[in-house]
Design a protein around this ligand. Structure first.
Ligand code: NAD
Length: 471
């Protein structure tokens, strides 16, 4: 299978360091400002089978070692190991994913070959966010390559170091004919989006997602939207409170709460709250010591702008800070912070927090907790903590969310056989493992027919008659 992309005329736009070339399709030459030889002919098998191991090599040799030297444990875990896991999975399963999928047949098609063929979509655009800037570009890239597409990668300008590293390593390791990196912020991305792509895979905020969809609609380009939201964590009934505190604190304060699947707020009975608080205090001290600011394992807020947003949100809250609350603008530091007496209409409950601030709200009953969750937009993840399976099941059956995990946080998204994605306002489409391969593939319905049973076909040819209908 070959994809022919003519490279006839130049469309200049204000993309810094980039010239977008457009003929019948999007083609791109980045950095060099020269006409693009790229993306002309693309042989799926040749490239997806060589590119995945090369990507693996890049990660092992250039990124993993550097991070390990820096003892950046959270980065190794969330940026490298998870991608390597995904790469192994894709390499192991690629041949079975690419096989035609034969389907069941009826009497009229008994003699035909009926199957679903997976085809690459063509040239796809992957736009990444600043949090987990490597993982959230490379896992979709693995899927896009596995499915046989040419890929344009647009890292977030906020995580500038990763942006540069990606731009340095991708052309070094992967075919420049098929994979390219483009830099830029909002304005450059808007300009980029004026071009026609065969799929846009976007990870980021709900606000920007609206402009992405708007731009995609001009060319009727399909989109995958990986967005955020407020992920609830509901605790109810009998529970191992020590383990729960440890798991909630890890999921919430990993990367200083800057995770799309971090628990955003906790719902629990007053009794569970009173049991949870001293445990959280102990756990936080065990994790980060008495002063988390001096602990190398506790992250910082990504930028002064994001630090200010979080501090303003904290300032507007009428909740009571019971743990943490300390901050330093200079250091972009906010201590792991827990608030109680937070009401549903509190400032902290109006938008995704995306930082190390955990409000705890009390609920009168499990049903009231579920009602509160259902009054809000469908979240990307939902966590239910309880020893009682009936509690977990009640939450599972009466709510909707992108993913669900009982008695832990974040972990469900590390399993490549589970789809990762949102629902409603938290996103559209999913990926990881086979789900990612499917997101970047066209499922072509194929029926291969011969000349048999022509007498039976006579039933559908004119002249029509009542007799033919009764068949
Ligand atoms: P963002 O929407 O500000 O930026 C994401 C990307 O869009 C960046 O590459 C940026 O350059 C580009 N961009 C920004 N403004 C744009 C515009 N007006 N037009 C076109 N492109 C534009 O998101 P962010 O702040 O980088 O990321 C945080 C958000 O992403 C949070 O809401 C978080 O929950 C969500 N997120 C979701 C997932 C997921 O997997 N579902 C993962 C990480 C983050």
């Amino acid at each position: 299978f070959a994809l022919n992309i003519p490279t006839s005329k130049t469309v200049t736009c204000s993309v810094s360091k980039a010239v977008i070339w457009s003929g019948g399709r999007n083609v791109a030459e980045f950095q060099h400002q020269q006409p693009c030889k790229a993306f002309q002919t693309y042989h799926v098998k040749e490239h997806n089978e060589t590119a995945l191991p090369k990507l693996y090599e890049t990660l092992r040799e250039h990124i993993s070692c550097r991070l390990k030297d820096m003892q950046a444990f959270e980065a190794v875990l969330s940026e490298v190991d998870i991608v390597i896991n995904e790469l192994y999975y894709a390499i192991d399963n690629l041949s079975s994913w690419l096989k035609p999928e034969y389907v069941s047949k009826n009497l009229a098609t008994k003699l035909d070959d009926c199957f679903v063929q997976r085809q690459p979509l063509g040239v796809v655009l992957i736009i990444g966010p600043w949090n987990y800037p490597l993982q959230l570009l490379l896992i979709p890239l693995v899927a896009a390559i596995a499915a046989g597409n040419c890929v344009l990668i647009k890292p977030s300008e906020v995580s500038a170091a990763t942006d540069s590293l990606i731009a340095e390593l991708i052309p070094k390791y992967l075919s420049q004919d098929c994979y390219a990196v483009v830099h830029g912020g909002a304005e450059e991305t808007k300009a980029l989006l004026q071009n026609r792509f065969d799929h846009i895979f976007y990870t980021g905020s709900q606000t920007v997602a609206r402009s992405i969809m708007q731009a995609a609609s001009i060319h009727l380009t399909p989109v995958t939207l990986e967005l955020g939201g407020k992920c609830p964590c509901i605790i109810y009934g009998k529970i191992d409170i020590t383990a729960a505190a440890r798991r909630i604190a890890w999921a919430k304060f990993f990367n200083a709460g800057q995770s799309c699947v971090a628990p955003d707020y906790v719902l629990c009975s007053p009794a569970n709250r009173d049991a949870l608080l001293p445990e959280l205090r102990k756990v936080l001290e065990n994790f980060y010591g008495k002063d988390p600011q001096t602990c190398p394992d506790f992250s910082r807020i990504v930028s002064p702008r994001h630090w200010t947003r979080l501090m303003e949100l904290l300032g507007k809250s009428s909740g009571k800070v019971v743990l943490g609350g300390e901050s330093s603008q200079e250091d972009k530091y906010i201590a792991p912070t827990v608030l109680v007496d937070v009401a549903e209409d509190d400032a902290l409950m109006q938008e995704e927090i995306f930082g190390p601030i955990l409000p705890i709200l009390t609920i009168e009953s499990l049903e009231k907790g579920i009602e509160l969750i259902n009054r809000k937009e469908k979240p990307l993840a939902l966590y239910a903590f309880s020893d009682e399976s009936s509690v977990v099941n009640t939450v599972l059956q009466n709510t909707s969310s992108g993913g669900f995990c009982s008695n832990d946080g974040i972990i469900h998204m590390t399993l490549p056989s589970l789809p990762f994605g949102g629902v409603g306002a938290s996103g559209w489409g999913s990926y990881h493992g086979r789900w990612g391969f499917e997101a970047f593939s066209h499922r072509r319905a194929v029926m291969l027919r011969g000349w048999a049973l022509e007498r039976l076909n006579g039933l559908r040819y004119p002249p029509y008659s009542e007799d033919k209908l009764s068949w």
